[in-house]
Design a binder for this molecule. Structure first.
Ligand code: 13P
Length: 270
């Protein structure tokens, strides 16, 4: 199965100039590597970057013709197309900007924007019906982890997928190609702390079993790990058969570490 390594740039970089520098560096390094390796660097690992909304159209245009996909970090819950929703960006506008995916339900959005089950269900419906793929983030807080509630929390968060299928059963056929789950323990994000590979593996197994229970076709859905993934620990996550890729924050802002992570997954899944 092809692996995924996705860079969530969050509210970075500060300027369009810095975005261009990062992308130029990324594309040039990949190009040089491909010429040396004779094999496309993404043949076993699909790369994607999710810039801030303000940079999305420029990033998508810059990446056009390359093997790297672009994604938004969120879509409007209120309308899939247009309307009086100040500050929002719709799924249609995001697709028009050239992105093919969106992240949804990141813990920072759940925390700072109070995103609820109903909000996320609406966002997911809007994204999928506008043809965007969805990287759906789930994960427990430190307190929930300490209280051994990880699976319980994840089960509740995955109900969005169950309800999606109940409301839009026609999506079942293609959902495994348009939905990726990213398991990101909140306590591992930006902290340098990571769960053990065995913990992640067991949680991913549980996620895969749960979504397969919603629809048999979701058996092949990719489940990524996110939270302090870096060039040093990527190998160990990549070696586990339950971990289909990584959602990377901080380390995706440096080409060297982002491509080292991609290389770890590319090698392990080859
Ligand atoms: P870090 O890789 O910086 O821990 O962030 C992970 C993340 O939140 C990706 O969505």
């Amino acid at each position: 199965m092809q692996a995924w390594v996705i860079g969530n740039w969050k509210q970075n970089p500060a300027t369009s100039h810095d975005v261009d520098l990062l992308l130029n560096d990324l594309l040039t390094t990949i190009d040089t590597k491909e010429q040396a390796d004779t094999e496309p660097s993404n043949s076993r690992c699909q790369l994607m970057v999710a810039p801030s909304c303000i940079h999305l159209a420029a990033v998508s245009a810059h990446l056009a013709g390359s093997s790297i996909l672009s994604a938004a970090q969120d879509v409007s819950a209120y309308s899939a197309s247009v309307g009086a929703y100040t500050g929002d960006c719709s799924a249609q506008q995001i697709a028009d900007a050239g992105a093919t995916w969106t992240i949804l339900g990141h813990s920072e959005r759940r925390q700072y924007h109070n995103e609820s089950h109903d909000t996320l269900l609406q966002k997911m419906i809007h994204a999928l019906t506008q043809g965007l793929g969805v990287v759906f983030c789930i994960g427990e807080t430190q307190a929930q982890y300490d209280a051994k509630q990880t699976l319980e929390v994840i089960d509740a968060q995955l109900l969005v997928v169950k309800d999606l299928l109940a409301q839009q059963p026609e999506l079942i056929v293609s959902l495994s190609e348009h939905l990726i789950i990213a398991y990101e323990p909140v306590w591992a994000i930006g902290t340098g702390k990571v769960p053990t590979v065995s913990e992640v593996s067991q949680t991913h197994q549980h996620i895969k079993q749960t979504v397969t229970g919603f629809a048999e076709s979701l058996k092949v859905m990719s489940v990524l790990y996110g939270g302090s993934v870096n060039a040093d620990n990527a190998d160990s996550f990549a070696a586990d058969s339950m971990i289909d890729g990584a959602l990377v924050g901080g380390a995706s802002l440096k080409v060297e570490s982002f491509l080292a992570i991609a290389n770890a997954f590319s090698q392990a899944k080859g």
